[in-house]
Structure formats: structure tokens, C-alpha cells
Design a protein around this ligand. Structure first.
Ligand SMILES: *[C@@H]1O[C@H](CO)[C@@H](O)[C@H](O)[C@H]1NC(C)=O
Ligand SMILES: *[C@@H]1O[C@H](CO)[C@@H](O)[C@H](O)[C@H]1NC(C)=O
Length: 364
């Protein structure tokens, strides 16, 4: 997709695409321009994470040139909004996903607890470019959303950080709080938050952390980049290829039956996370809202992704049923958790289209 915008001074040509990131590539891979400031704001509400990331990129050359944002995103994140500010003008664009590859089944091989986050196979890379004048900046305002999945006994919110190196710190405030780099994460749950662990890898180790427990079910964590932050004995094994990321993992107080249904905005989410062994077969009913409003902002696509991801975690002796409701309710059938039927159910889910009004009552 390529399009011209009639921006005044530095007519911008923006090129947007999403592509999959090849594991092991360096953290700064694909970036162009000088990262002058980074602000990350994440709100996790009932395990649904919405992240706003603002990156100010400068063209350091004395000629007009383009700058490139090349963010890593969690594999199941979807970008809901991108605004690019160049020469004091904002342009908001629609973001299209370029291609999608199913994760290989081997991804589900169990790891020892909490080490899975160091494997970065599950990253996808988001790129956006803007053309800017000599020594001018472009600011990218990106919003992405993601349903956190429970794996290895916890939910993990991973924030991949841009390759900020401390330039522009002195520019401080005055222009909407720019300058420097900081990250603020807020987690709000219904149940008490347990086992909160914060980890950092790569350059993210330079971020100084401050944690505030607001209540048993609400935590506020902030990080600020500090070039002199050496108070950490892991410094010797930092490789430049380490992805710069902050990992926040936690669990919530669980109910005895291990299952839980929540209504998140217009989404229904069934959390299925039995703890005890032996594990009992489960029957899961997914009630999916396919009313017209779900066609906005890729909501239905996000819902489908979330459901398909959950289906892939079922065991062969589980069963599930998918209900689609708008003005009417229809069942897409009852399936067993064996690979062939999961694939069949997933294909039915993927074919769903949004239309009609919402009829919650009959579906429930
Ligand atoms: C551009 O959009 C961002 C994010 O919505 C906003 O913070 C900023 O002030 C806007 N800038 C201009 C020049 O309107
Ligand atoms: C850690 O990495 C940074 C840049 O990535 C480098 O400047 C620094 O020297 C490294 N520290 C050690 C102890 O190798």
C-alpha cells in the first residue's frame, strides 16, 4: 500500500506494512533515524492489554530523508491505530496486516516455567515510514491491543522497546512531555494479583523501575531510561542481539473450577486454565458476538484470533461448541478437541462475518 498525502512542508509519503520478524535479528533491525524519545503506556484490564507507544524519530541528515519505525510486537497483537506527526500535522492511517503465518505446532512444547519469554519466535514486526526534512522529526503514535494468554502458569505482558540510546533526554518537556524514554504499565484485575515478576532483557536493563501496589488487584509499574543504570550484575552477558524488552508476568487468584467467563467490552472471553492434575475433560461454549458493530477496528478479527488461539490449547478429550449471535443465534456445531475437529471449528470461526444487531440474551 502506498499513498501520497498533501502535507504542507514535508509532503509525506508513508509506507506501512506488517511483516513477520525473523528470530534472532538484532533489536535495532530495520530502524532508520535517530530515536529521540519513547513513551510507552500500557493498560492491562482483565488481561486485555492496550498499549500506546509514541516514538519520536529524527532525520539526522542534512537532506530530506525518510525515517523508519520498526517495532516488534507480540505475535497476537493487533494495531488499532497509527498517527504520524510530521511538520506539525497529523495523519492517521488505516493499518493492514500484510501476511499471516500460523505458528508452528512445536511452539507449544512446554518449557520450564518463565523461560518461554526469552524465545522471541513469537514476534511480529510492524514498520511505518515517514519522509521528513533535514534534521526534522516525525512522531509515530501507535496503539495496539492484545489479549494476554495464560502460559506456564502466568500471564505475560511483553513490551518490546525501540533502540533508544539516551539522545534527546535534555529536550525534556514543553512539547507534550517529550524527551527521554519511559514506560508506564497499569494492571487492573478483578481478582487478586499473584506472583508478579518484572524482567528486562537487552538495553531495557537500563530502565530504572518503580513499582507501586495500589490494591491487591491493581498494580502500577513505571520505568525510566537511565544511561548510568549499572546496578545490575547481568551486564556481562548482554548481547547486542538481545531483544530489548520488558516482561511483566503475573497470575490471578483462581477459582476452584479453573474456568471463567468474562464480558470484555463487546467480547466474551472464556479463560480456561485448569490447574490440578489429573486434568478433567472440559466442554467449552464460545458465544461470539458477530453483530455489525464488530466490524469496526478489526474487532471481529481480533476475536477470531483469540478464539482460534484458545482452540489450539484444547486437549483431544475436550469438546467445544461455537455459537455466533447477532440478531439471531446459530450454532456452528459441537466439536471434539482432536486436531482435525479443532481445525474444522477454527475454519468455521474464521469464516464468520459481522452483521445485524446484537442479541446477547438468547446466546446466553
Ligand atoms: C497528533 O496526534 C497525537 C496523538 O493523538 C497528539 O498527541 C498530538 O498532539 C497531535 N499533534 C498535532 C499537531 O495535532
Ligand atoms: C551491554 O550492552 C551495551 C549496548 O548494547 C554496551 O554498550 C555495554 O558495554 C554492554 N555491557 C557489557 C558489560 O558488555
Amino acid at each position: 500500500m502506498e499513498r501520497e498525502w498533501g502535507l504542507t512542508c514535508y509532503a509525506a509519503l508513508a509506507l506501512l506494512w506488517l511483516l513477520l520478524f525473523s528470530p534472532g535479528a538484532s533489536a535495532a533491525h530495520g530502524w532508520r533515524g535517530e530515536v529521540r524519545s519513547v513513551k510507552v503506556r500500557t493498560e492491562v484490564t482483565l488481561r486485555y492489554a492496550a498499549t500506546q507507544i509514541n516514538v519520536q524519530l529524527r532525520n539526522p541528515s542534512s537532506d530530506p530523508d525518510h525515517v523508519t519505525l520498526a517495532l516488534a510486537l507480540p505475535h497476537n497483537a493487533f494495531v488499532s491505530k497509527l498517527t504520524i506527526e510530521v511538520g506539525g500535522q497529523n495523519t492517521t492511517t488505516e493499518v493492514k496486516e500484510k501476511k499471516r503465518r500460523r505458528r508452528p505446532a512445536s511452539d507449544s512444547t512446554p518449557n520450564s516455567p518463565r523461560t518461554h519469554r526469552q524465545g522471541h519466535q513469537d514476534i511480529k514486526r510492524f514498520k511505518a515510514q515517514a519522509r521528513v526534512g533535514a534534521l526534522q522529526d516525525a512522531v509515530f503514535y501507535l496503539t495496539y491491543e492484545q489479549l494476554l494468554q495464560r502460559a506456564h502458569g502466568c500471564y505475560t505482558c511483553t513490551l518490546y522497546l525501540p533502540p533508544y540510546t539516551g539522545k534527546g533526554e535534555e529536550e525534556g518537556d514543553g512539547r507534550g512531555g517529550r524527551g527521554g524514554s519511559d514506560v508506564v504499565v497499569q494492571v487492573r484485575e478483578k481478582e487478586a494479583i499473584n506472583d508478579l515478576v518484572v524482567e528486562r532483557s537487552g538495553v531495557a536493563r537500563r530502565y530504572v523501575q518503580e513499582k507501586k501496589v495500589v490494591s491487591p488487584s491493581e498494580v502500577h509499574i513505571s520505568f525510566r531510561y537511565n544511561n548510568n543504570n549499572n546496578n545490575n550484575n547481568n551486564n556481562n552477558n548482554n548481547k547486542s542481539t538481545d531483544v530489548s524488552a520488558i516482561f511483566i508476568s503475573y497470575d490471578v487468584e483462581r477459582q476452584a473450577d479453573g474456568g471463567e467467563i468474562q464480558v470484555l467490552g463487546e467480547f466474551f472471553v472464556h479463560y480456561l486454565s485448569p490447574e490440578g492434575l489429573p486434568r478433567l475433560p472440559t466442554h467449552t461454549v464460545f458465544a461470539l458476538d458477530v453483530s455489525g458493530s464488530m466490524s469496526d477496528d478489526g474487532k471481529l478479527d481480533a476475536l477470531k484470533e483469540a478464539v482460534v488461539d484458545i482452540l489450539n490449547t484444547l486437549s483431544p478429550d475436550d469438546t467445544f461448541e461455537v455459537l455466533a449471535f447477532s440478531t439471531r443465534v446459530r450454532s456452528l456445531g459441537v466439536y471434539r478437541g482432536v486436531p482435525r475437529e479443532v481445525a474444522e471449528g477454527a475454519a468455521m470461526v474464521r469464516r464468520l462475518q459481522a452483521l445485524g444487531g446484537t442479541n446477547f440474551n438468547d446466546a446466553l
